[in-house]
Ligand binder design. Structure first.
Ligand SMILES: C[S@@+](CC[C@H](N)C(=O)[O-])C[C@H]1O[C@@H](n2cnc3c(N)ncnc32)[C@H](O)[C@@H]1O
Length: 277
């Protein structure tokens, strides 16, 4: 359940007065023990989200279900995850539409997978390839944990992205998203499986990776001129006259590269650059 009163089996995030989070799974008769006393699960079951549960020692705990971002930031990881600020960019700039057929690799810990699965919905399909079985196991566990089982519109596969064929996918896909160290090795696979007009996005952490993938896309001559960017997210503290940007920020996660597949046989128009003086 994503909304409505709390039910047995729900994962609930308890937040104490110091804004510390504790996650519990509601079971009838269950108890949450802390040094601030015991909270009985039965006091939470049936209550609306946003309720406050009192412990036996009188401490207050705010109760909410996990949002997808809470799940992603707290779940076990095999590999580094795509953070929400970048996942949001991929969903919108990558035009992940309801009903889309999306191919991603590597599945890693399954963080991006969950956003893709929610965006395409049961009418769409997400194929998640992962070369490491231990990482795929993390992805499967994390996705199952969030959706209460593996969604029918998801195909997690152990395998090398470079060996995928259109037949494996039951036809071409609308979108390809790559999050791996050397995506430039797989441009031929992207070209083969992506439908004309389809969007290809890749997520790379360093400048040499960025240069390499952009040059490879250009050389393939079957994609539009790639766009590259990064997203800087700075939180603000808003407290009267002390309102100001937070001192700390995660300044860099990765660069995103975006391009679209041209129709077969089309030569990409040369990008026009201003003549140098
Ligand atoms: C940074 S992780 C992906 C994280 C994932 N996007 C997430 O949000 O949780 C990169 C993954 O790519 C996988 N990988 C690397 N090369 C691959 C290949 N050729 N085919 C499939 N997966 C590959 C790695 O094993 C690793 O798990």
């Amino acid at each position: 359940m994503y909304s409505g009163p709390f039910q047995p089996g729900d994962k609930v995030q308890l937040t104490d007065a110091k804004r510390r989070h504790f996650t519990i799974e509601l079971t009838p008769g269950g108890q949450f023990h802390s040094h601030k006393g015991i909270v009985n699960h039965d006091d939470i079951i049936g209550a609306d989200e946003g309720t406050v549960a009192k412990s036996t020692l009188g401490a207050d705990f705010l109760c909410f279900r996990h949002l997808l971002v809470d799940h992603v930031l707290s779940m076990p990881r095999g590999a580094a995850v795509i953070y929400p600020k970048d996942a949001g960019q991929i969903l919108v700039e990558g035009d992940i539409f309801m009903g889309a057929r999306v191919l991603e690799a590597g599945a890693g810990s399954g963080a991006l997978t969950m956003s893709l699965l929610r965006a395409v919905g049961p009418q769409g399909h997400v194929f998640s390839y992962e070369i490491r079985d231990d990482h795929l196991a993390y992805a499967r566990d994390n996705v199952s944990d969030y959706f209460g089982g593996e969604p029918e519109w998801w195909t997690p596969k152990l395998g090398d992205f470079g060996e995928i064929t259109t037949e494996d996918l039951g036809g071409p896909v609308d979108r390809v998203i790559l999050d791996m160290v050397e995506p430039w090795h797989f441009i031929d696979t992207v070209k083969d499986v992506l439908i004309p007009g389809g969007v290809f996005m890749t997520y790379v952490a360093t400048v040499p990776q960025l240069m390499n993938i952009v040059e490879t896309i250009r050389e393939a001559k079957c994609f539009t001129e790639p766009r590259s960017w990064e997203t800087l997210l700075r939180e603000w503290k808003v407290e009267g006259l002390a309102t100001r940007p937070e001192h700390r920020m995660n300044a860099h996660t990765a660069f995103l590269v975006w391009t679209r597949r041209l129709a077969d046989g089309v030569t990409p128009p040369r990008p026009q650059r201003r003549a140098r003086r």
